[in-house]
Ligand binder design. Structure first.
Ligand code: IPE
Ligand code: IPE
Ligand code: MG
Length: 247
């Protein structure tokens, strides 16, 4: 709220709000363990945080919110935890579709969905189809996503086009790569927030965040709230983005 008041007072701040925010939602397991609970309890709590963050994103009129939900490396976890995560994903897709439409949100899943069960894949397709015309906010859920996987897939698509003579090697540019990534429908990521206290990217959108602003917080994902989000946004709008140039 404080941030909103400041933005109204200063229109210049308003202009410098991020348009595409991405979040590495980390710390669910530790949050649960600190309460003497199973990690799964933390994932359930994390889901509630997602709802709060989506409302906040609508309030501040971000164009895109990208949430890192399950990495290509998270299959290394115990089977039970993976199964619960998949169930939570399935049931939230199922239960939130009306809400997404009501709030004019377009949902997209980015990542290798071929590894999911056929019912989950089907549910993803249903929700994507039902929300495709919504233009209030694009909500990208990165699931079985890996930045390296994304680049490898882009390379395969580009090579295929070259092989079939639709594209010449000399015409391959950064734009070509961007348009063959899973985020081809997106504007650049302005701000990446990582909760949970780790200072790494864990294979998240490594191409896409080459020039994004990064914000790390120790707050665990289930505790992430409006005030922490506003701190991150405030930090972002007070930064000078030079993109290699000088002031
Ligand atoms: C992030 O929280 C959620 C996923 C990766 C699915 P974690 O489950 O990694 O929680 P911590 O980092 O172990 O506390
Ligand atoms: C990153 O969290 C992936 C997601 C938030 C989905 P992890 O908990 O998997 O990352 P590491 O293992 O600490 O790098
Ligand atoms: Mg973690």
């Amino acid at each position: 709220m404080l941030l909103k008041k400041l933005l109204i007072l200063n229109q210049n701040y308003s202009k410098s709000l991020p348009k595409h925010v991405a979040i590495i939602m980390d710390g669910n397991g530790r949050w649960a363990n600190r309460r003497g609970e199973e990690r799964i309890f933390g994932h359930q709590a994390g889901l509630r945080t997602i709802r709060r963050v989506v409302s906040f994103s609508l309030f501040y009129k971000f164009k895109i919110l990208t949430l890192y939900a399950f990495s290509s490396e998270n299959w290394k976890r115990p089977l039970l935890e993976i199964m619960v995560l998949m169930e939570l994903f399935f049931f939230s897709l199922h239960s939130e579709v009306n809400n997404l439409n009501k709030k004019n949100i377009c949902l997209k899943v980015i990542g290798d969905t071929t590894k999911f069960s056929s019912s989950l894949r089907k549910q993803i397709k249903i929700v994507e189809k039902l929300t495709v015309n919504n233009d209030g906010l694009i909500l990208n859920i990165a699931a079985n996503y890996g930045g390296k996987w994304d680049i490898v897939e882009a390379i395969k698509k580009i090579v295929k086009r070259v092989k079939n003579c639709y594209l010449s090697i000399d015409n391959i540019t950064e734009y070509t790569v961007s348009k063959n990534l899973s985020t081809k429908h997106c504007i650049p990521i302005d701000l990446v927030i990582r909760t949970g206290g780790e200072f790494r990217l864990s294979n998240f959108c490594i191409w896409q965040i080459a020039y994004s602003e990064l914000y790390f917080t120790n707050v665990l994902w289930p505790d992430f709230n409006r005030s922490v989000f506003e701190k991150a946004i405030f930090s972002f709008i007070n930064r000078k983005r030079r993109f290699g140039s000088i002031d």
